[in-house]
Design a binder for this molecule. Structure first.
Ligand code: NOJ
Length: 580
């Protein structure tokens, strides 16, 4: 046995919470326009209470032209009409709280929408004006300033700069947008920008939200002088984990490096961002009820990411190194060890996440011939995942994740085992990443495939997503079998597996528990014991290999990710929880 992480008995909810991500456009539509909305979410909260999660995080619902599905905010203090009203938000928050569910909202501070009044004012004003100073406007290079100010690329493809036309009709300055042209980056050295976001935090804290997921938390501060770089950053990034042999594992763990430190470039992970989060933490600490901040920061290595969750900064950071791990027991062992160690050094919980609205759903990723690789979306002409294999592995990965100490994220629909929609016609796609890379060497299908509206009822129009049958993206016909009502109460269904895992996790307080590796010599097995905060943990066996694995003599199975044969073995691509 190798102890990696000691139990951490705690009452602070965010240290152990299972947090369910709602993507409002695609969760539930109450008014029949084909786009999900806040009353739709409120009406379906019982599903989440019954699932057994502790909190809900909602992707943005603010007023927005929806050029990047709401991650382009025009008014941080109002709800977009497509999602409802502020009253609807208040009602949703109250209804969640009545059910014991906390509510985390999304904060998008790196950029505004081009429709935000500040950016409109900046466009109308002259170069050098105070209006432009809140964004990153610069003169171009070369004759007539016709070249962008530096060589940075947008994460969605193409240049990260767009040139504006000045009031007199002449070609003018350029502004920086790390994402779409419709998402101008703010200048976080500007005191008004800082004051505005403190005020936005207070606006939502006063309305009773329990925390914020902070979009692009590693991007707010750019290197002085915005220097050329030559590199390229991906959002669904990280550097490729080549696996490595057992000898490398120990070295990698010691060095606290799992996938190697990618160079973040001059636009990401600058030291200045931490000052901002220290200020925000003080604001949150003024409020009762343990409000929390979670960083969306694609930062590696994990020791670097841990800086975002030092005691006076954020409470959690998404563990994307875990999300991007390949279907390989040694790789999982390395990433789990390194994650727990890195966060233990700062006293923060580790988070675990397999899917979200930016990545291919994990059953589909794991069903690809290159299992666990991370394409930027999957299109009709791409290699298609094996749906059945992917679901089996996806469920096995989920049971590995939900036993781990710390906090876990569940993306809407994963409790149904939903695959990615991998054959969407191009005409229905909306992701700017698809449009900005189309026809280039970097062409990507984009993220629409993981954002398809949920199937609630197998026999209803749009599978019960909307009363009219409208759905902003088409749902595959095969989704009837994934519908929530088709799985409810059905033994062995994915929904019942999630419910059972969350129940055991709660009963045995696994989130606050410890973790020790069970040493063995089968490289395709992941074996660990979790020690629950009350001393009652579970023993976990993940068979990531191709051959059946004998169960230890006398083992009592508590939960399995797939059917178990009578011969006391764990089949390939299956995880079991055993009485410890
Ligand atoms: C990360 C969000 O999760 C993603 O959906 C969005 O496109 C970018 N940040 C830009 O806001």
């Amino acid at each position: 046995m190798t102890l990696v992480h000691a139990p951490f008995p705690t009452a602070e909810w965010w240290r152990t919470a299972v947090i369910y991500q709602v993507y409002p456009r695609s969760f539930a539509d109450s008014d029949g326009d084909g786009v999900g909305d806040l009353p739709g979410i409120t009406a379906r909260l019982d599903h989440l209470a019954r699932l057994g999660v502790d909190a809900v995080w909602l992707s943005p619902f603010y007023r927005s032209p929806q050029k990047d599905a709401g991650y382009d905010v025009a008014d941080y203090r109002d709800i977009d009409p497509v999602f409802g009203t502020l009253d609807d938000a208040d009602a949703m928050i109250a209804a969640a709280h009545e059910r014991g569910l906390r509510v985390i909202v999304d904060l998008v501070p790196n950029h505004t929408s081009a429709d935000h009044p500040w950016f409109r004012a900046a466009l109308a004003a002259a170069p050098g004006s105070p209006e432009r100073a809140r964004y990153l406007f610069r003169d171009g290079k070369g004759p007539g300033g016709a070249e962008p100010p530096n060589d940075w690329r947008s994460i969605f493809g193409g240049p990260a700069w767009t040139r504006v036309t000045e009031a007199d009709g002449t070609p003018g300055q350029w502004y920086l947008h790390l994402f779409d042209t419709s998402q101008p980056d703010l200048d976080w050295t500007h005191p008004e920008v800082r004051a505005e976001f403190v005020s936005v935090l207070r606006f939502w804290l006063d309305r009773g939200v329990d925390g914020f997921r902070v979009d692009v938390a590693h991007g707010l501060v750019k290197a002085d002088g915005l220097p050329d770089w030559g590199g390229e950053v991906e959002m669904v990034g990280g550097t490729v984990d080549e696996g490595g042999d057992a000898a490398d594992d120990a070295a990698a763990e010691d060095a606290d490096v799992v996938t190697g430190a990618g160079d973040p470039g001059p636009m990401f992970d600058q030291d200045g961002v931490h000052e901002i989060y220290r200020e925000w933490r003080k604001v949150l600490d003024e409020y009762d009820g343990e409000r929390a901040l979670v960083a969306e920061a694609w930062v590696e290595p994990l020791s670097r990411l841990a800086r975002y969750v030092r005691p006076d900064e954020m409470h959690q950071a998404f563990n994307f190194t875990f999300l991007t791990t390949r279907w390989d027991a040694a790789a999982y062992r390395r990433v789990i060890t390194a994650s727990l160690r890195a966060n233990d050094t700062v006293g923060a919980p580790t988070t675990w996440v397999l899917s979200n609205h930016d990545v291919v759903r994990h059953p589909s990723r794991l069903g690809l011939p290159d299992a666990g690789s991370r394409p930027h979306g999957i299109g009709r002409d791409d290699v298609q995942p094996d749906e059945e294999l992917g679901l089996r592995r996806g469920r096995a990965a989920t049971l590995l994740m939900l036993a781990l100490p710390g906090s876990a994220y569940v993306y809407q629909g994963e409790e149904l085992g939903l695959p990615e929609h991998t054959t969407l016609p191009d005409e229905v796609r909306t992701d700017p990443a698809f449009f900005r890379t189309r026809g280039t060497d970097e062409a990507e299908a984009g993220r629409d495939g993981c954002r398809v509206p949920l199937p609630w009822e197998a026999a209803a129009p749009a599978f019960g997503f909307s009363p009219t049958g409208a759905s902003w993206l088409p749902q595959p016909q095969s989704w009837a079998r994934y519908a929530a009502d088709a799985q409810d109460g059905v033994e062995g269904s994915t929904l019942e597996m999630y419910r059972a895992a969350l129940r055991l996790r709660r009963e045995r307080r696994l989130g606050a528990g410890g973790l020790e590796w069970v040493d063995g010599d089968d490289e395709s097995v992941l074996a660990f014991r979790t020690v629950g905060a009350d001393g009652r943990g579970v023993a976990v066996l993940g068979n990531l290999g191709a051959t059946p694995l004998p169960l230890p003599p006398g083992a009592r199975v508590l939960l399995a990710s797939g059917p178990l044969p009578d011969d006391d073995t764990v089949p390939a691509d299956t995880t079991v929880w055993l009485e410890a």
